[in-house]
Design a protein around this ligand. Structure first.
Ligand code: ANZ
Ligand code: ZN
Length: 866
């Protein structure tokens, strides 16, 4: 009989994938007696091909899914597509292909790629967010949110690209220009749809403390994003009446303790005071326009040179009426935070300091750092924002910052300015409402209608879905829905008059804010089925990239709360456990002219990197995360067809802790591949010898040592997978395999060992199954096991096997240590005494005489009295 020498991954993997599919192994039912476990990886955008980041992400999730199944859980592990968004429209513009066609053909291709990876996924639950059924339910959610007052329509300033005729996110504005068109971006006031996420600021913040299975850094990022600050709204009295008719100016401050260091007030360019003043002052008007062009992003404001325009008005210091402060319009004040106005304390705020230096305003320190001489302390180019004691501040002198804040607040709360308290304590949040309007085609239509008579009217639920029209053209920039001749025309559901459809579609972040809930009942005729969401949610383990640490996770947390308010869910937090995996990196290569090269274009000749075809020298650049622009990418499909999915999976899990960036190297892949081959060959070689052997303990110390190694490895691997320490689990399996390989040559034919060996090999197969499921199935059947390893329970660790069963006792003769003896932990004193007296060293010392006495202290020491 001839046996194939190599493991043919391609053919074998396809065979087992077919088998799993035929048997419906990964189909999940909600009603099942086993406890539930929901593992989810962030679903992919169907860009065209999967990349190595996907492979890493989905491999990790798959290990957890397969392991939990083996541990007796009813596992939900679904997959879908985050399928709306700009790239489909770009493809439509460039390649004249309809976004729908482009998207679905990408999905088909990528689904095939994922299937090649051998993922334990219930494909019957697959959803794409561009499926009419999915966005239909999303429109229903929108309407329910609308009825519950969770949606608002308001004007907001947006970055407008006049060439592409679209709103741009802050990140899409580069140096004041649109990222695609390169056109100077304008600030426009647009009426848009918002989700009122800011109503939940406090709740979203407070609940972060109850997510122990989230990475600390992600919780911190969310905290900062929500940006709670406790401060004071404080009204300054003006020395005259301002152009907007008021004689006071209200500011928001978190540092009332620095009030005696104030040297100016400033308002945002869009503040009513600035706008009113600009009407009579063309120079100011020009300045206001300049500020608007700066854009609204925090980065733009932080990095721009601090500029201001003095209004010629003055404000009185609240505690010192004789002191008046100048008022400026300044480019670093945001209109939509606090009151859009501040008092500036240059000594203790960097922006204020930069501004004061530019406009020659006083810089008076009022917080003295610890152990500093007040006579010599001075502010240079850096504001002092650290701890200290208040000084130069009248009645606040000597107080701590916290106490001074409190005193100022209390005094001004009780001080009336024209009949109302001059100040009021206030908590502010940086979190803004979520603007969801996008002027794009390829998104979920917002189910609203604009009627001249009735205003904005929701589409009645019976008229849902509002389907995207198929006949659109992308030959011009802008939103094709806007210029659709018929789709926009609709009768008003309230008065019946001709009305116009809303043509904005939803931000694609909406689509990804509830897909995890939809997976629990993906074909339900309502957004969710309460039974199913209750059963499955929260997701027990969510895995994805840290780039989604803020928006996606925060929006999802908001959505679940909003769905609770509207009766679609009964919990608050969607993801009980979160894991953010590192990126996949690779060396970069450049040719002599500085052009990037793909890894497959580079070969090593005599240890020198050269171009594979031309032989020209290649320079090796730094290791960076894989990106198409630097060409340092490796195509998963190429790897899978060359080595098989198990090799790719195994390598992904090896060496590097999953939260860290891992470097993809040829050597690493080959190492993983050798292990696949070696494991298969080992089992293949021994399988025939063991065919008739019955599993069992065997006998003798070697069999026992093997069984111990087996239980220890099992126990460790179990713990490692539970902690998502996949690289550690891999290392233990390597070690265990080495042990097996040492035992096999004699062990396979030794009746004392073979039964234990057979069992030990079966355990190996079970342990590698979550990571290399195809190899595991193949070995499982080679060893003559029935059924599928994918449907086999994880064996139980025998705790007795984890403790050392022998102890080493020192042997003393007349109080002096003369020898050591290894005995069974629970050996009887008589047995120990006999063994000690048989020791060569002891016999020598006794010189043939019988000892006077032997004292055995169990598990500690043996004393021989001669
Ligand atoms: C006086 C002061 C003195 C301030 C000092 C800071 C340091 P957070 O913590 O982020 O809430 N501020 C208030 N409204 C603003 C706006 N619309 N645009 C720009 N800056 C604004 O920041 C609150 C602080 O940011 C406030 O406290 C205010 O400056 C400024 F030594 O008031 B502070
Ligand atoms: Zn109407």
């Amino acid at each position: 009989m001839s046996t194939p020498e190599r493991y043919h991954a391609r053919e074998i993997e396809a065979r087992w994938q077919g088998e799993w599919e035929r048997e419906g192994v990964f189909r999940t039912r909600t009603h099942d007696a086993r406890p539930k476990y929901y593992v989810l990886e962030m679903f992919p955008y169907p860009s065209g091909r999967i990349h190595m980041g996907h492979v890493r992400n989905y491999t990790m999730g798959d290990v957890v899914a397969r392991y939990k199944r083996a541990k007796g859980f009813n596992v939900l592990h679904p997959m879908g597509w985050d399928a709306f968004g700009m790239p489909a429209e770009n493809a439509a513009m460039q390649n004249k292909v309809h976004p729908r066609e482009w998207t679905y053909s990408n999905i088909a291709y990528m689904r095939g790629q994922l299937k090649q990876m051998g993922l334990a996924i219930d494909w019957e639950r697959e959803i794409a967010t561009c499926d009419v059924d999915y966005y239909h339910q999303q429109q229903r959610l929108f309407l329910d949110f609308y009825k519950a007052g969770l949606v608002s329509r308001k004007t907001a300033k947006v970055n407008w690209d006049p060439v592409d005729q679209t709103v741009l996110a802050n990140e899409q504005v580069i140096d004041g220009k649109g990222w695609r068109s390169g056109a100077p971006v304008e600030q426009r006031e647009l009426t848009q749809w918002f989700f009122r996420i800011s109503d939940f600021s406090e709740e979203l913040l407070a609940a972060l403390d109850h997510l122990p299975r989230w990475p600390e850094k992600v919780r911190l990022m969310q905290k900062n994003w929500i940006g709670r600050s406790e401060g004071l709204r404080l009204r300054f009295e003006l020395t005259g009446t301002a152009p907007h008719g008021s004689n006071e100016l209200e500011v928001f401050t978190t540092r009332p303790d620095t009030l005696f260091g104030a040297s100016f007030l400033a308002v945002a360019a869009d503040h009513p005071l600035a706008l009113a003043a600009a009407e009579r002052d063309p120079e100011l008007k020009a300045f206001v326009d300049e500020c608007r062009r700066l854009g609204t992003s925090a980065v733009a404001i932080e990095t721009a040179e601090k500029k201001g325009y003095e209004l010629g008005l003055r404000a009185r210091h609240p505690f010192h009426a004789e002191t008046t402060l100048p008022i400026y319009v300044a480019n670093f004040i945001l209109m939509d935070y606090g009151t859009g106005a501040i008092f500036g304390c240059p000594a203790h705020d960097q922006r204020d300091l930069d501004f004061a230096r530019a406009y020659r305003l006083p810089v008076k320190p009022v917080v003295l750092p610890p152990h500093t001489d007040p006579n010599t302390f001075a502010i240079g180019d850096e504001a002092y924002t650290g701890p200290g004691t208040i000084y130069n501040s009248s009645f606040l002198d000597g107080l701590s910052i916290e106490d001074a804040k409190d005193i100022v607040a209390s005094r001004l709360e009780h001080h009336a300015l024209r009949g109302t308290p001059q100040a009021e304590r206030q908590v502010n949040y940086r979190l803004r409402d979520w603007g969801i309007s996008r002027q794009r085609y390829w998104g979920c239509p917002i189910p609203m209608i604009h009627c001249e008579r009735c205003g904005t009217v929701p589409v009645p639920q019976r008229d849902l879905p509002v389907e995207l029209p198929a006949d659109v053209s992308f030959d011009r920039p802008g939103n094709p829905l806007d210029r659709h001749p018929t789709w926009t025309k609709v009768d008003c559901p309230e008065c019946g008059a001709p009305a116009r459809r809303e043509t904005d579609t939803m931000d694609t972040f909406v689509d990804s804010s509830w897909y995890f809930a939809r997976f629990t009942a993906p074909r339900a005729t309502a957004p969710t089925e309460l039974d199913a969401v209750d059963h499955w949610l929260p997701v027990d383990q969510y895995i994805g990239g840290v780039e989604h640490a803020i928006l996606h996770l925060l929006y999802s947390r908001f959505f679940v709360r909003a769905m609770k308010v509207t009766g679609h869910i009964r919990l608050e937090e969607p993801f009980a456990g979160l894991f953010t995996q590192g990126m996949v990196t690779h060396e970069t290569y450049k040719d002599a002219k500085g052009g990037w090269l793909f890894p497959e274009e580079v070969v090593l000749r005599d240890g020198v990197a050269v171009h594979a075809q031309t032989g020209d020298p290649v320079s090796i650049g730094p290791i960076e995360s894989m990106s198409k622009s630097k060409k340092n990418v490796v195509d998963p499909t190429a790897i899978i067809s060359e080595y098989g999915a198990d090799t790719a999976r195994w390598f992904m899990l090896s060496d590097t802790p999953p939260e860290r960036d891992m470097q993809w190297t040829e050597a690493g892949v080959e190492g993983a591949h050798r292990f696949v081959q070696r494991t298969w060959r080992m089992i293949q070689d021994v399988a025939a010898d063991l065919r008739t052997v019955k599993e069992g303990d065997g006998s003798g110390s070697e069999a026992e040592a093997l069984t111990k190694a087996m239980h220890r490895t099992l126990h460790a691997v179990e713990r490692d997978i539970e902690d998502l320490g996949f690289n550690r689990a891999v290392a233990r399996i390597y070690e265990y395999t080495n042990t097996l390989q040492r035992v096999i040559p004699q062990g396979a034919s030794d009746p004392a060992i073979a039964p234990a060996l057979k069992r030990a090999l079966r355990y190996l197969v079970v342990m590698i199954a979550p990571m290399m499921p195809h190899l595991a199935e193949e070995c499982w059947s080679l060893l003559g096991n029935r059924g599928l390893v994918a449907e086999t329970d994880w064996p139980t660790v025998n705790p007795a096997m984890l403790v050392d069963s022998t102890v080493t006792l020192p042997v003393q003769i007349n109080g002096k240590k003369r020898a050591e003896i290894v005995v069974d932990r629970d050996a009887s004193s008589d047995d120990i005494e006999a063994a000690v007296l048989a020791l060569e060293d002891v016999r020598k010392h006794l010189g043939g005489a019988a000892p006077k006495k032997v004292i055995v202290v169990p598990q500690r020491i043996v004393n021989v009295v001669a």
